[in-house]
Design a protein around this ligand. Structure first.
Ligand code: NAP
Length: 474
């Protein structure tokens, strides 16, 4: 069985201690990865700090060239990476390939952005002074990423941080650390200066503590659950350490009676079932205007039933395995709870016999508002649907959540689109679009879905300090 390395100060390192990584489609261990202890993280921090002194002074254009080479290297190893994502995460191979493609696109975008850390000259307000605004890299960044998009969500942090002139230590999710190890091999192959990017794995709380407590770590960027995000906020308070937080979501889908029905159904299927429902921007609750409710349900059920469930490595699979037994139990609980509350089961609803963690694509009609699936993140292929009557009611129900990452609406009414855009409390809104992520546009949430934005021209902001330089002139 292969053991994957961590990456410390320019060395791909196999450590004494290792841990197992399982394939959720088989429920079996298939690889191991090296594991660091707290002292090694502290040493990595020293190395990253030393590397920062040099990296911050490398011209943006040169940093960009290295990022472009890294994009090429990831592209060269795309098939291996996609396969590895499917093996450790369980998602269908075509979706893993899409994840690698998007990773390359992110690296390419930030390769270009690296030379655009613009400041500005502020017109002077009084005689004898000039004002400059200058952007400088924040320093060593501790990056923590989740398992659901194990490669692209890590790179969504690494690429802008490196472009900005920061150095990065990545701690990937323990369930899916292998593609990060291959990414580290790509970094090694393009000879990024040592210490500029490092990979650590192991105890989340120990690594998290070092990121929080070590004053050399100047910024933490985190993607994961709101629960862990809140712990980081508490820990960061002691040093007033800046945080970027990409946290949980609970996306509403609003389908209005004027929607193009087929487009609405297709968009909902994509928003709900992509990544086997394990996406932070996954549709979690679906509200349909009463006159089209039954016809929408009919088409949704037809399409959900047609989705092929199976091992993601089989190219015919459209719904892969859930990540683990806990995810299966939560899915079953959400279905049972909704049915107890009066929902109607239109398709699915069951776990499939093992090995592996497979759950049938499920559609629930008349989902009661108080059901768990209407209140908290489900992270499974379960689509609860209910009715609404007016636009005002739809907006109120959509906003009635502590989360605000993404929202979806299907309508052909242009005025309504603008009212929705202005009134929906979400950082990302898909209008007649079930997949609203784009490298060139900002990604992030409001309310308890997080702080800050990744991607787009906003993507580097979280890794740059803004300085005002006031210059006396005669
Ligand atoms: P998680 O349990 O919060 O874990 C995320 C990462 O945090 C993992 O690397 C984990 O390490 C680490 N971690 C756990 N406890 C920690 C601690 N005390 N200190 C520091 N790090 C700690 O979340 P998940 O289950 O992997 O991911 C699913 C969640 O992420 C969902 O809520 C989803 O909505 C959210 N998400 C948000 C976005 C977004 O862009 N807003 C994108 C994707 C996912 P271990 O794996 O070692 O425990």
């Amino acid at each position: 069985m292969k053991t994957y390395p961590v990456y410390l100060n320019g060395e791909l390192t196999i450590t004494e201690k290792t841990f197992e990584v399982s394939n959720p489609a088989k429920g079996e261990v298939f690889a191991r990865i090296s594991q660091v202890d707290r002292e090694m993280v502290a040493q990595a921090m020293q190395n990253a700090h030393a590397a920062f002194r040099l990296w911050r002074n490398v011209p943006g254009k040169k940093r960009g060239e290295l990022l472009r080479q890294l994009a090429n290297e990831v592209h060269r190893r795309r098939d291996e990476l996609a396969r590895l994502i499917t093996l450790e995460n369980g998602k269908p191979l075509s979706q893993s390939e899409g994840e690698v493609t998007m990773t390359v696109d992110h690296l390419t975008w930030f390769a270009e952005e690296a030379r655009r850390g613009y400041g500005r000259l502020v017109p002077n307000q009084v005689e004898g002074k000039r004002h400059l605004v200058v952007k400088t890299p924040i320093g060593v960044v501790g990056a923590i990423s989740p398992w659901n998009f194990p490669l692209v969500l890590a790179v969504r942090k690494i690429a802008p941080a490196l472009a900005a002139g920061c150095t990065v230590i990545l701690k990937p999710a323990s369930k899916t650390p292998l593609c990060a190890a291959v990414f580290a091999e790509c970094v090694d192959a393009v000879k990024l200066p040592k210490g500029v990017f490092q990979l650590v794995t192991g105890s989340a709380s120990e690594i998290g503590k070092e990121f929080l407590k070590n004053p050399l770590c100047r910024k933490i960027t985190f993607t994961g659950s709101t629960e862990v995000g809140k712990k980081l906020i508490e820990g960061a308070a002691k040093q007033v350490k800046p945080l970027s937080l990409e946290l949980g979501g609970h996306a509403p889908v609003l389908v209005f009676e004027d929607a193009e029905l087929e487009q609405a159904v297709e968009g909902t299927i994509l928003a709900k079932f992509r990544n086997t429902g394990q996406s932070c921007i996954a549709a979690n609750r679906i509200y349909v205007q009463r006159p089209i409710y039954e016809s929408f349900l009919k088409q949704l059920v037809e399409k959900a039933r047609a989705l092929k469930v199976g091992d993601g490595i089989d190219p015919r699979s459209q719904i892969g395995a859930l990540i683990d037994e806990e995810a299966m139990a939560k899915a079953a609980e959400h279905v049972e709870d909704a049915l107890r509350g009066g929902a109607r089961l239109l398709c699915g609803g069951q776990r499939l016999p093992g090995p592996g963690y497979f759950f049938e694509p499920t559609v629930l009609a008349d989902a009661p508002n108080g059901a768990l699936c209407m209140q908290e993140e489900t992270f499974a292929p379960i689509a609860p649907v209910c009715t609404f009557d007016t636009e005002a009611e739809a907006i109120e129900r959509a906003n009635n959540s502590p989360f605000g990452l993404s929202a979806y609406a299907f309508t052909r009414d242009l005025s309504r689109m603008f009212r929705l855009v202005e009134n929906l409390e979400a950082g990302i809104i898909g209008i007649n679009d079930g997949l609203p992520t784009a490298t060139q546009a900002p990604f992030g949430g409001v309310k308890q879905s997080g702080w800050g934005r990744e991607l787009g021209i906003e993507g580097m902001d979280g890794f740059l300090e803004t300085k005002h330089i006031s210059i006396g002139v005669s």
